[in-house]
Design a protein around this ligand. Structure first.
Ligand code: UDP
Length: 250
């Protein structure tokens, strides 16, 4: 565990990309979308937005479908097709989150990497930035619009192009552990990690492409537990929460 806990202090982020898994919208261990879970997340995002932070959200689709489920030569659909199906699952979740956020009085735009003009704007970087500057929450649907990657990569990619300060990776555990904390009671929670440590220790934080992108461009990642009430606003405020991954701060 790193001793450099000062890395997370005195930060307040102006613009963030919040990565939510599709499963965060479902009841624990369940599938689909739970109105209660979506409403709880929306309530926490409203708190965070009230601090003045610009928020873009990337939502996964794992509560509905992941393309990798269809890998293998016996699969009914080609794996690439399945990944597009997964991207559409993220769009379903994005639309649900849009209405959940708007029920809290927030202004939102869904911007999709796959043109679906009846339900979402197509993602245009400069337009997304304009929405953020106007205080709208931008929900980024359909990942990056290409198969064989996950929405972790989309979160990293969009954080770079939208010049977000950090990728906030929301999970159901308190951060990054040395082992699966649900199986190993001796697993250690890391306070801070470098990208190299994440790669060398083979820690399951985000997919490898996402880590590589963030590492190459020194984009920090904060992994935190969104199930603890108030943690999204704490993460945005730079409070000590979760595991910070980035260059060691001076
Ligand atoms: N996906 C894709 N390209 C992208 C983003 C997502 O092909 O840019 C597909 C991929 O099959 C992925 C699925 O959409 O498994 C759902 O996203 P993800 O697995 O990231 O969802 P999460 O695990 O975050 O719920």
């Amino acid at each position: 565990m790193s001793a450099d806990s000062s890395a997370k202090s005195s930060l307040h982020f102006n613009r963030v990309v919040l990565k939510l898994s599709g499963e965060s919208l479902a009841d624990a261990g369940g599938r689909g979308i739970s109105a209660h879970e979506a409403g709880e997340i929306a309530r926490q995002i409203k708190q965070a937005h009230d601090t003045g932070c610009q928020i873009a959200i990337v939502i996964g689709g794992g509560n509905i479908l992941r393309g990798a489920q269809f890998s293998g030569s016996n699969a009914l659909v080609h794996e690439a097709t399945a990944h597009y199906m997964g991207m559409l699952a993220t769009t379903i979740n994005s639309l649900a989150m849009q209405d959940a956020l708007e029920s809290h009085g927030l202004q939102t735009r869904v911007m999709s990497a796959i043109p679906t003009e009846k339900i979402a704007e197509t993602f245009i970087r400069r337009r997304a930035i304009r929405h953020l500057e106007k205080g709208r929450i931008v929900i980024l649907a359909a990942g990056i619009g290409n198969p064989f990657v996950t929405t972790d990569t989309a979160a990293a990619q969009r954080a770079l192009e939208l010049e977000a300060d950090v990728v906030l990776k929301a999970t159901r555990v308190d951060g990054v552990y040395s082992d699966d904390p649900e199986k190993n009671p001796h697993a250690v929670l890391y306070d801070t990690l470098t990208y190299t440590q994440v790669i060398e220790k083979k820690l399951r934080v985000m997919d490898a492409t996402a880590i590589a992108l963030c590492s190459e461009h020194s984009k920090p990642i904060l992994v935190f537990n969104f199930k603890r009430d108030g943690n999204i606003v704490r993460a945005i405020s730079g409070d000590m929460v979760g595991t910070w991954i980035g260059e060691p701060k001076k």
